[in-house]
Design a protein around this ligand. Sequence first.
Ligand code: COA
Length: 332
Amino acid sequence: MNIPIKIAGIGFNVPKTVITNDDLSKILDTSDEWIKTRTGIEKRHVLSGNETAVQMGIEAGKKALLKSGINPKEIDYIIAAASFGTHIYPSTACEIQAAIGADNAACFDITAACSGLIYGLGIARAFIKSGTAKNILIVATDAVSRCVDWTDRTTSVLFGDGAGAVMLTVSDDDQDDILAVELKADGKYGNFIQMATPGKNCPIVEQNEEKNTFVKMNGKEVYKYVVTKLPTYIEECVEKSGLKLSEIDYLVPHQANLRIIEALEQRLDFDADHVISNIQEYANTSAASIPIAITEAIQSGKIKTPCSAILTGFGAGMTVGTAVVRLREGIA
Ligand SMILES: CC(C)(COP(=O)(O)OP(=O)(O)OC[C@H]1O[C@@H](n2cnc3c(N)ncnc32)[C@H](O)[C@@H]1OP(=O)(O)O)[C@@H](O)C(=O)NCCC(=O)NCCS
């Protein structure tokens, strides 16, 4: 039996503090012109004081839940896509569970970096389709500003903090909102984007230096990888969805670089006003970038629901994830 899935609610949350490119040029050898021309980014929201990735995730999750009308006690799973949450354990998903009162949910985190939301969709879809779960909350949240080296101009200027959430349930009509999900990984390119875990050997064994645990990225290789591989991966997913590329209304790519987004737009032959981009305001918010982009675009009227959309993300691993979805009225 094919169990149809409904995307019942989505939401996002970003911190209030905003840093512009000009602000960064006061602490780094960079400029608004360089950052805007190479990436499209104008500003980013960052955590301050005691604010955490978990708090952002809680707020985003609550919004998605509210839109869905689902009682938190009815959530079967919370999946958090959080590469840099508040703790390694308890998981970000467990911390969100406690805050929203989802007492009956099983909770776990996944590490698929910026592809995390789409990996979460793929996992949740399999749980629902197999009858294992009915209601699943996926929350993508990352405090990237706390894991970049703010003296490294090649990486730090690209990122911002944020959270996005998607509430899935079994459809009450026959419409399936997740038509296809295609997940890929290329572990052999793991060195393109890396972040080490902290920790060192027991001092009885040896005295180690503290490790560098900041994000290290080879931007050029990431760029080449994405523009070479992603279009084909997207086309494979579209083929599985049963729709033709020309029948799909919107393209919502991971917000990593405006030049990558424009390259996808051209290669997939989308009209510019059907390609969603808000990197100017938020920079790269890792796994949260896709749900932030969808929610904001629906709320501003840029995405007109009901519609179909391609969601596509890529990130450290390298990981890539694409989903072809339907977005109903009233979900944001
Ligand atoms: C990072 C990225 C913007 C760099 O753009 P680029 O055109 O490849 O730039 P380069 O790395 O060749 O650097 C060009 C020059 O600018 C300099 N530069 C790098 N960062 C700079 C900054 N923030 N401000 C000013 N100059 C900078 C470099 O040092 C280099 O100087 P040099 O020519 O004197 O050596 C681009 O490669 C990119 O976006 N890659 C994809 C990254 C990505 O998407 N990551 C997230 C994956 S989830």
